[in-house]
Ligand binder design. Sequence first.
Ligand SMILES: [Zn+2]
Ligand SMILES: [Zn+2]
Length: 340
Amino acid sequence: MLQTRLPEAYTVEYRDVPVPEIGPEEVLIKVKRFGICGSDIQVYHGQHKYMTFPVVQGHEAAGTLEKIGDKVSGLKVGQAVTVQPQIFCGVCQPCKSGHPNVCQNLRVYGVHTDGLGQEYFAVPAEKIIPLPEGCSFDDGALIEPITVGVGAVRRCGDVKDRNICILGAGPIGNFTAQVAQAKGAQVMVTDINQKKLDLAASMGIKNTINTENRDLKTCIADVFGPAGADIIIDCAGAPASLTSAIKSARPASKIVIVANFKVPVEVEIPLIQRQQIDVLGVMMYIKEDFFTAVDLVSQGKVTTEGIISEYFDISKLKEAYEYIDANRLDVNKVMMTFGE
Ligand SMILES: [Zn+2]
Ligand SMILES: [Zn+2]
């Protein structure tokens, strides 16, 4: 079978390797889609802090079950599925206290260990999230980034009737905004890329604001009035986004950091302290968040319409990255397909 592997930054190897054997508690997935994520791009550029080469990428994926281990129940061959791409140790303090997403030995498929950028993938059955009847493979592969939005919104606490400002209208900002809106929040999304804002608007996000050359605090006041934002969620991940979030945060509000920052950011601690702002980190999601994401998509409360910028066959992974690098500002989700 074909396996794509990155031996180092900016390099893709196309390898012919045996189809994996499965253990009694595992299943074999025939991979149909894998979406390229911002963190994958960091890996490709050799800028991801917590990974080592070589690596087979792919943590946003969908496929069908090709084989099922002897001890697995409740799943059937041919069924469409996605995967929870986190591996937990189960014995550290975070794992034991109900926070496996911050497991001290966390490994993520496609980042710390090989992922689904290959024709077949063996995985423990407990990582399988079944997709409902009628769910496309595209949507199946987008469940993971939608689940990031679910995890981010869950971290915010009860968001019903809250004013939430989301920085960044890329796929994660977009999905986080849709999830927050589905949960009853008043949402605004900011970006400096008008195309991404237009897409967000077309997907039903109410307030889409271009902040190029504009002060974030003023933009927030324009939408939410003097009450400001109860919560600012940073899905942009640029030093400028976080510093403007801290400058624009209302007293006794929250800032939730979802984006992967590539570099440390200097922030004005006195603004955080004097205004008593809760700055919260969020790391991915827990398994329940996947079920929430699947429900939101199947109920039509989160849409994926228009988020896929381009498709490439798995044999063209390198070309997919070249396309992403050439269209860096405008690209949303690039989806890898497997021979169809
Ligand atoms: Zn991702
Ligand atoms: Zn652990």
